[in-house]
Ligand binder design. Structure first.
Ligand SMILES: *[C@@H]1O[C@H](CO)[C@@H](O)[C@H](O)[C@H]1NC(C)=O
Ligand SMILES: *[C@@H]1O[C@H](CO)[C@@H](O)[C@H](O)[C@H]1NC(C)=O
Ligand SMILES: *[C@@H]1O[C@H](CO)[C@@H](O)[C@H](O)[C@H]1NC(C)=O
Ligand SMILES: *[C@@H]1O[C@H](CO)[C@@H](O)[C@H](O)[C@H]1NC(C)=O
Length: 509
């Protein structure tokens, strides 16, 4: 008897249909609302619940009029949750809550108890230097996504306790926290043990049998290489993402592999976690109006031991230019580790240089875009092939690409390339970046909803639904069949030769 559930959905539905803000990308085309006929038996119940809703919800009456009209005993009710229901597995506490209780053990050098405060957002940042806004800013750790995402999903508006209704099944295993604890000084069997226990637990549930786990998803809030050990007894990482069970799942990571189809890049958490749409809108407004005296800037450290790294050259070019601002990270307590110094520099810059470091991606990319700074990438692995759900595929709209090779060979001078963009082109790109801000931030997970805005979480969950739906319908996934070219299918929708092939010849680690 699905009736009571449907009525609960009606309430969701009504709460969801409050006035929307006109914000780009905010109300997507894929809202997934479906219609359903309510059997007459349920009708009285529905009608009485309409009465209570009329009393207590601030919804324009004309919206209710259609839904509560008594004209016909069988009426059509839009279920805004249809196609969006999530079932969350109730995992044993050792896979999640215990790690938060024992936060002191999460990292040998970082006090993760600080960073798991405020539902994973970390300590509040004050606005004494006028860089942030008064509310919504936190010193968030870049590896806190496991926890932030779980906190958020617990208040997701379309949760269901009935897994047969669910479009996707969430597995709240804190994979990033678990491996973060064990990356240094532990043997491979210790590094792999939680993942192996997890898949044992999962495959014994009835939910697994339905699709062999292909409707399951989880978050591993670190880079994919921490979970993709290259050899059986290699010295780095676990083999979580290589387990046959996990290959069937969709795993969200902050840097995905260009050669594998089961992991998907989602934005690094930044410092801004708004709790209302107006907080975002006024931030966007402010970023539009800022004066930006620096043509470009870079915050980071050189990589003297990586012969291929262009960081040294970029820093040298920056140092010798009057229009480039450099924040060097290599000396102990440098300003480079102060969120306010870094964000302030991004706010004062037109372009922000984002060369790869130890891995392809950087949290800095998201911090700088949040400040309205146009990113400059030197490797397509740094963003374009990563965040396909969150960034436009046409990367020239919001960023500049200068090939690493050209910098290494000295044929590209970054300042010269950037100078060539006209004011109008810069304005258009910046507007594109600022327009993307809502979908790049993780809003405060303690806030039950934020009308009219899709944040990074909402976009990620939509990506999961779409992928699971394709799997459910048996649509072949080329990126799974030809995994070594998965980056091409993701970005261009096809395989074959590409001018970027040489960027993706050797594995990172
Ligand atoms: C790995 O380390 C654990 C704990 O330190 C130890 O009990 C175990 O025997 C080790 N396993 C191997 C294969 O060395
Ligand atoms: C992965 O999914 C396929 C298709 O549903 C299934 O046949 C297979 O058993 C699954 N693998 C595991 C390890 O459950
Ligand atoms: C570079 O390598 C040398 C020698 O192996 C090492 O002492 C040094 O700490 C390394 N520097 C960096 C920045 O990793
Ligand atoms: C990508 O965006 C640029 C700049 O907006 C535009 O000129 C170009 O036509 C777009 N390319 C495609 C393939 O849509």
């Amino acid at each position: 008897m699905p009736c009571p559930i449907r009525i609960r959905n009606l309430q969701h539905d009504l709460q969801l249909s409050q006035p929307k803000l006109n914000m780009n990308k905010s109300l997507g085309k894929r809202s997934g609302g479906g219609s359903r006929n309510i059997v007459p038996l349920c009708w009285l119940l529905a009608a009485s619940s309409c009465f209570w809703l009329l009393m207590f919800t601030p919804i324009p009456l004309h919206r209710l009029a259609g839904m509560c009209s008594m004209s016909t005993p069988t009426t059509t009710i839009t279920d805004q949750c249809e196609g969006r229901y999530i079932y969350v597995h109730d995992l044993p506490a050792r896979f999640n809550a215990d790690m938060i209780h024992n936060c002191r053990n999460l990292s040998p050098w970082t006090d993760m108890c600080r960073f798991t405060s405020n539902a994973g957002l970390g300590p509040k940042l004050d606005d004494s230097e006028g860089v942030f806004s008064e509310t919504g800013w936190y010193a968030t750790n870049q590896f806190a996504l496991d926890y932030i995402f779980h906190q958020r999903i617990q208040r997701y508006e379309c949760l269901t306790g009935d897994s047969s209704l669910a479009s996707a099944v969430f597995v709240p295993f804190y994979a990033g926290f678990d491996i973060g604890k064990h990356l240094w000084g532990y043997n491979t069997s210790v590094r792999d043990s939680a993942g192996l226990e997890l898949v044992k637990w999962l495959t014994e549930r009835p939910e697994w049998a339905r699709m062999g786990g292909r409707d399951h998803f989880m978050v591993a809030g670190r880079i994919t290489w921490d979970f993709r050990r290259l050899t059986e007894d290699g010295d780095w990482g676990s083999k979580l993402l290589l387990l046959p069970e996990v290959k069937n799942m969709t795993v969200l990571v902050i840097e995905s592999s260009p050669w594998h189809g089961n992991d998907f890049g989602v934005p690094y958490p930044t410092y801004f976690h708004p709790s209302s749409a107006s907080e975002i809108v006024s931030w966007q407004e402010r970023m539009r109006k800022l004066k930006r005296p620096w043509l470009s800037s870079f915050a980071g450290a050189p990589r003297p031991n990586q012969t291929e790294s262009i960081r040294g050259q970029l820093m040298e070019q920056c140092r010798s230019s009057e229009k480039c601002k450099l924040l060097e990270c290599d000396f102990g307590a440098s300003k480079c580790h102060s969120p306010s110094s870094v964000v302030h520099m991004f706010q004062e810059s037109v372009f922000c240089l984002q060369p790869q470091g130890d891995s392809y991606t950087r949290r800095s990319t998201f911090d700088s875009m949040l400040a309205g700074c146009i990113p400059v990438f030197f490797h397509p692995g740094s963003a374009y092939v990563q965040y396909l759900w969150h960034l436009p595929k046409n990367y020239t709209k919001y960023s500049v690409f200068i090939s690493e090779d050209d910098v290494r060979e000295g044929t590209a001078k970054v300042g010269e390339v950037l100078k060539r963009f006209s004011e109008e082109e810069v304005r258009r790109m910046r507007e594109e970046v600022i327009g993307m801000i809502p979908s790049l931030v993780y809003r405060d997970p303690r806030e039950s909803r934020m009308e009219g805005v899709k944040d990074a979480f909402d976009v990620a969950v939509e990506g999961v639904f779409e992928r699971v739906e394709r799997l459910r319908r048996g649509v072949p996934l080329e990126e799974m069949e030809e995994e070594s070219s998965s980056w091409k299918y993701g970005l261009f929708g096809r395989g074959g030769e590409h001018e970027w092939d040489h960027f993706f010849r050797t594995p990172k680690r």
